[in-house]
Design a protein around this ligand. Structure first.
Ligand code: SF4
Length: 143
């Protein structure tokens, strides 16, 4: 979910990230006013595997969702963390199915952006997904 457009819309490079190296490895960077960034879902993700893993950007290296942070602090167990992951994956699949049913095929765009464009604002599954991501996975944005 960190790489497939469920949690993030973009990932911004940080000082110390090598633009030249990342572009040489095939990462397509965009540049606007601030630091370069790349879109999510990430083009370097194959299945659940990062094809850039050894050279991945620093935000990718540093990111820990709430579940990993809580696990590290002993505030949750692997079983509980897996249950949260399963729950959010099920919601993601429900939302994707709804998007498919309304003819949304923009699979290269972030999931919640697709929902905003194609599903009703009050869709219960989208609301539940957002609430679960907020409560169990998102962390305060940095950089
Ligand atoms: S570069 Fe790798 S770790 Fe970073 S978002 Fe893409 S697939 Fe995920």
């Amino acid at each position: 979910m960190c790489c497939n457009g469920v949690l993030f819309q973009i990932v911004r490079l940080q000082p110390g990230d090598s633009v030249a190296l990342l572009e040489a490895r095939g990462l397509k960077l965009r540049r606007k006013k601030r630091a370069p960034y790349f879109d999510q879902p990430c083009a370097m993700l194959e299945g659940c595997r990062c094809t850039l893993y050894s050279d991945r950007p620093s935000r990718c290296r540093a990111f820990e969702c709430q579940q990993i942070q809580r696990l590290g602090l002993g505030e949750t167990s692997e079983v509980e963390a897996m249950a949260a992951i399963v729950a959010v994956r099920q919601l993601v699949e429900r939302v994707r199915a709804k998007l498919g049913a309304v003819g949304d095929v923009s699979v290269g765009d972030p999931l919640l952006e697709r929902c905003a464009q194609s599903l009703a604002a009050e869709d219960v599954d989208v609301a539940a997904l957002n609430a679960l991501l907020e409560a169990e996975f998102r962390v305060a944005a940095v950089g």
